[in-house]
Design a protein around this ligand. Structure first.
Ligand code: C2E
Ligand code: MG
Ligand code: MG
Ligand code: MG
Length: 291
């Protein structure tokens, strides 16, 4: 903006900008202490089988209860953590918590739901990340096949060949991999083909298009696009997860488009671990009667 106003005009240093920068630095410093201070915890959002109903897994989502500011959203503090080594500490905390929970979910459910953990771009490039994951799996005695690691398109594309190697290494442990937020970034079909992933997570923005359509029973072009993505993913041997299902109408359209799993407030919000156990008790019982 300063440049746009011309080089010889002095732009007053904005108080708001100063506060914002100061605030970010302060928040970043607080975040460095947050893991050790026990201010982070993990919430679990159900993943639902769209054809049969019933919960098949959970996505682990980090939460920060700041002592003064209260709940800070991950959209604010995860990018902040990404700017420093803090993200590696945060990532390890979430992985460890999620695998501990996975072992307990197994006891509750009598079967093992999948637990899906987000990997940041930094973690994807962290030397020895495969060993770190392998050790955490052993520590909690969790079957690698029950863990899924999600990476975003933009993180993967930032260094495609490194991402391929890491994802391949993780897969050779028996862990599944997912491409997160598909549809918000490059969404290139050629990346899909070149990245060793098992699951495609279709971003909520695609579903918002469905909800916006007043196309009556057919659902309009949005459904056709979604069906195209699901069928392409199927042809590549990928399972699809539709993110951000908020209504029964969208659930129905997404299921009709052929997506495999769904996630969204329509089914459940991200839950505390205790609430996730309760959810599992109810939904697994239901699933076993339909299976
Ligand atoms: P994401 O990985 O795409 O996670 C899905 C986000 O969509 C979550 O937001 C979830 O609460 C939200 N969501 C789920 N269903 C609905 C719905 O029906 N409607 C709406 N409006 N939203 C829905 P959350 O928990 O705020 O996390 C935001 C992002 O922060 C995540 O997006 C992910 O990119 C990042 N994040 C969260 N936890 C972690 C973590 O442990 N590690 C890393 N690296 N990133 C994380
Ligand atoms: Mg995710
Ligand atoms: Mg996502
Ligand atoms: Mg998303």
């Amino acid at each position: 903006a300063a440049k746009a106003r011309g080089r010889d005009r002095c732009v007053p240093f904005s108080r708001a900008l100063l506060d914002a920068a100061h605030e970010r630095a302060e928040l970043a410093a607080d975040l460095r202490q947050a893991v050790a201070a026990g201010e982070l915890h993990v919430a679990y959002q159900p993943l639902v089988d769209l054809a049969r109903g019933g919960t098949v897994g959970f996505e682990a989502l980090v939460r920060w209860q700041h002592p003064q500011r209260g709940n800070v959203p991950p959209a604010v503090f995860v990018p902040l953590a990404e700017e420093s080594e803090t993200i590696l500490q945060l990532g390890e905390f979430v992985l460890d918590s999620a695998l501990a929970a996975a072992a307990r979910f197994r006891t509750t459910a009598g079967t093992s739901p999948e637990v899906s953990v987000n990997l940041s771009g930094h973690q994807l490039q962290q030397p020895g990340i495969e060993d770190l994951v392998a050790r955490a799996l052993r520590r909690h005695d969790v079957d690698p096949a029950r863990l899924c690691l999600e990476v975003t398109e933009s993180a993967a594309v930032a260094d495609l060949s490194a991402a391929r190697d890491t994802l391949q290494g993780l897969r050779s442990l028996g862990v599944r991999t997912a491409l997160d937020d598909f549809g918000t970034g490059y969404s290139s079909l050629s990346y899909l083909r070149r990245l060793p992933v098992d699951i495609l997570k279709i971003d909520k923005s695609f579903l918002d298009d469905l909800a916006d359509e007043r196309g009556g029973a057919g659902g309009g072009h949005g459904v056709a696009v979604l069906a195209g993505i699901a069928s392409l993913a199927g042809a590549l041997g990928l399972l699809t997860v539709a993110e951000g299902i908020e209504t029964d109408r969208v659930r129905e359209l997404v299921a009709r488009a052929g997506c495999t799993w769904g996630q969204g407030y329509h089914f459940a919000r991200p839950l505390s671990e205790d609430a996730a156990h309760e959810h599992l008790r109810q939904n697994v019982r239901w699933r076993s009667t339909t299976a």
